[in-house]
Design a protein around this ligand. Structure first.
Ligand SMILES: [Zn+2]
Length: 320
């Protein structure tokens, strides 16, 4: 191996040291530090008009803090170098990227206007829709749905319409008399459309986003187990594909936590014609169901059932 002379060493090290000093300086110019984290592994990267040499900074720069972390100051530009392990300032694991949340208004500009939340994870996955407040006096449904508007999902898309019938909620009534029952206004055949501007927009969301699973949160006045005319504590699903096995799983998990048999959930089928769950299940192939609590229980217990059931669904889809 040939021994380098001192002159050769100087020719080699002076430009290298100069570039380390220059690039380190550029990284601390205000404005270079940006939110987010970028990986600079073995590729020449331009960022904020700063050229960062791949071998000097073959590491992660944490722009959340604005500090360069675990900078790999290699002494040579050896192209066979593999990136050193990624480290954080405090050696904590990198935080998972947060999902994007977008808010839209359905039936915008009308007195039925209501909000739709679109939560998109960074990883692809199923699309789940949660709807509350189709009936304005079913408080637990919309209170539970509201808990999902900022929900952190790890894959797929979560759509939430927490207060579908905002006017009826404001009015503390099941329906708005002049409008009629919103849960009878969705299509009743593959060719028909929904009856009102708002229900057409809600149905369009189900179609446009190709919803895979739909949970519609409702309440009923009595326990189905004691009074078969009422649907309190039931899951009413549209029987298609594998919907039944998933909803039975949800039902069994929830029932394990319920002491009194009257309060245990029963699986029923065929959401009523004209309901959102029926139309979505029958005409759009969505796995859909209505989740009904019983208003004889405390509000917090009812909300808890809805939230638990939605969480179980998301868990079964590996979304939370
Ligand atoms: Zn209802």
């Amino acid at each position: 191996m040939q021994k380098r002379s001192n002159t050769h060493k100087l020719i080699f090290y002076i430009p290298l040291l100069a570039s380390i000093v220059l690039v380190t300086g550029l990284l601390f110019i205000p404005g270079v530090a940006k939110a987010g984290t970028i990986n600079l592994h073995n590729s020449a990267t331009y960022y904020s008009n700063t050229f960062i040499h791949p071998y000097v900074f073959a590491e992660t720069i944490n722009f959340n803090t604005g500090y360069v972390t675990a900078v790999n100051r290699q002494e040579t530009a050896d192209s066979s170098l593999s990136p050193a392990p990624v480290k954080n300032n405090n050696n904590a694991p990198e935080p998972a990227a947060k999902p994007m949340i977008e808010k839209k208004v359905l039936a915008k500009g009308t007195k039925d206007a209501t909000e739709l939340y679109i939560i998109k994870a960074n990883k692809p996955g199923p699309t789940v829709m949660i709807v509350g407040g189709i009936h304005g006096n079913e408080t637990a449904g919309y209170k539970a749905a509201e808990k999902f508007i900022n929900y952190d999902i790890k894959r797929g898309t979560l759509l939430v319409i927490p207060r579908a019938n905002q006017r009826a909620i404001d009015n503390k009534s099941r329906i708005i008399k002049s409008v009629g029952d919103m849960n009878r206004q969705f299509p009743t055949s593959s060719k028909s459309s929904a009856d009102t501007h708002l229900t057409r927009e809600i149905y369009k969301v189900v179609k446009d986003f190709k919803v895979d699973w739909l949970m519609d949160m409702h309440e009923s006045i009595d326990y189905h187990k004691l009074n078969p005319d009422s649907v309190g504590q039931t899951i009413i699903y549209y029987p298609a594909n594998s919907t039944r096995s998933t909803v039975s799983g949800l039902l069994n998990s929830i029932n394990k936590t319920i002491k009194y048999s009257r309060a245990q959930f029963t699986l029923l089928r065929y959401p009523v014609k004209g309901s959102l769950a029926r139309a979505a299940g029958q005409y759009l192939g969505v796995h859909s169901y209505i989740f009904e609590t019983c208003s004889k229980q405390s509000l917090s217990t009812r909300i808890d059932y809805h939230v638990k059931a939605a969480n179980l669904l998301l868990k079964s889809l590996d979304m939370n």
